[in-house]
Design a protein around this ligand. Structure first.
Ligand SMILES: C[S@@+](CC[C@H](N)C(=O)[O-])C[C@H]1O[C@@H](n2cnc3c(N)ncnc32)[C@H](O)[C@@H]1O
Length: 308
């Protein structure tokens, strides 16, 4: 089936350019699991607004036997089954064709758009965001979800959100025939130091983390900028949040948040961030310090926390 190109509009100066939106392909034995990110919440709305697209591919559709076999016993013995390389390879080949077809259609569209634009605006269009996207269009990495992969983090989510997407391979059983990995997989990403039954839940988490960073994904008034790990927080953890009622069974909202004094509120939030990060993730504090992101006031406050 030919996939119609998804495009997004990027305002640059007075011009608006339409370029390919983030496309996520998933090779998975459980495509139905992905309705969660496609249909619900922030990611569902962003999908409805065509900020990203989701394409699932079951390896069973690429088998050649009557039982639609996707796994077999491991050479060398041992428990469990191993996903066979061939159905995965066929699925990947179809995905690459679909992505290439989409890119060609997208390029045609880009060209028409550009014809209608001023020539000098074309130069502006080479600004970083567009360049990044176009450079990666059609060259999306093949990413295997795997506990032996690199830990996924906010920086990786940012990179994914600024790219043309990825082709995720969701493993099941004991894993995937190594020859498929050697031949086709560009990167391996892990959700954390634990073993899941399959790559789907890891992929769902990573897609969610990236999509909410897409321009326009969050409602007005929501912002990912104030979230944990973001640059605006120097990579530290977020501070606590409160809402009504002001007094919850004797638990009062911190007075400073009711003061209306924005400087004091900002300082309080920063100090909460510092304290929580020191308690839960001192490694993040060290990273911020090494990057020169802690102010003198931050350091003074931290001293009060560690003083005997
Ligand atoms: C039961 S696991 C296989 C675990 C593998 N035998 C090992 O010990 O590393 C099945 C699949 O779940 C996925 N998976 C499990 N844990 C994961 C994690 N922490 N991050 C990403 N994917 C994971 C991978 O795709 C993996 O192939």
């Amino acid at each position: 089936m030919l996939i119609s190109p998804r495009v997004e509009s990027i305002p640059i100066g007075l011009q608006t350019f339409r370029i390919a939106a983030m496309r996520i392909d998933l090779v998975t034995l459980f495509p139905e699991m992905f309705s969660v990110v496609r249909d619900l919440g922030v990611t569902g709305r962003a999908h409805g607004n065509q900020l990203w697209s989701l394409h699932t591919h079951s390896p069973r559709d690429y088998t050649e036997d009557v039982h639609r076999t996707v796994d077999d016993r491991p050479y060398g013995g041992g428990p469990g089954m191993v996903m066979m390389a061939e159905p995965l390879t066929r699925a990947l080949s179809v995905i690459r064709t679909q992505r290439a077809t989409q890119d060609l259609a997208g390029q045609d569209q880009d060209t028409q758009e550009q014809d209608a634009q001023e020539q000098d605006a074309q130069e502006q269009a080479t600004q970083e965001h567009v360049a990044q996207k176009q450079a990666t269009t059609g060259q999306a990495p093949v990413v295997l979800l795997s506990p032996i992969g690199k830990p996924f983090d906010q920086a990786q989510a940012q990179r994914l959100a600024h790219s043309a997407g990825a082709i995720f391979i969701c493993g099941r059983y004991e894993g995937i025939d190594q020859r498929f990995i050697d031949q086709h997989v560009d990167e391996q990403w892990s959700l954390g130091d634990f073993v899941l039954s399959g790559g789907e839940i890891a992929a769902l988490a990573m897609i969610d983390a990236a999509v909410r960073l897409l321009p326009g994904a969050l409602n007005h008034g929501q912002s990912s900028a104030q979230d944990s790990f973001q640059e605006s927080l120097s990579g530290l953890l977020d501070s606590p949040h409160y809402t009504r009622p002001e007094n919850l069974n004797g638990q009062a909202v911190p007075a400073v948040l009711l003061s209306g004094n924005h400087a004091n509120i900002a300082r309080w939030r920063r100090e909460q961030s510092l304290a929580i990060t020191l308690a839960n993730r001192p490694d993040l504090l060290e990273q911020a310090r090494a990057r020169g992101l802690l102010t003198k006031a931050d350091e003074r406050y931290l001293l009060t926390l560690v003083a005997p």
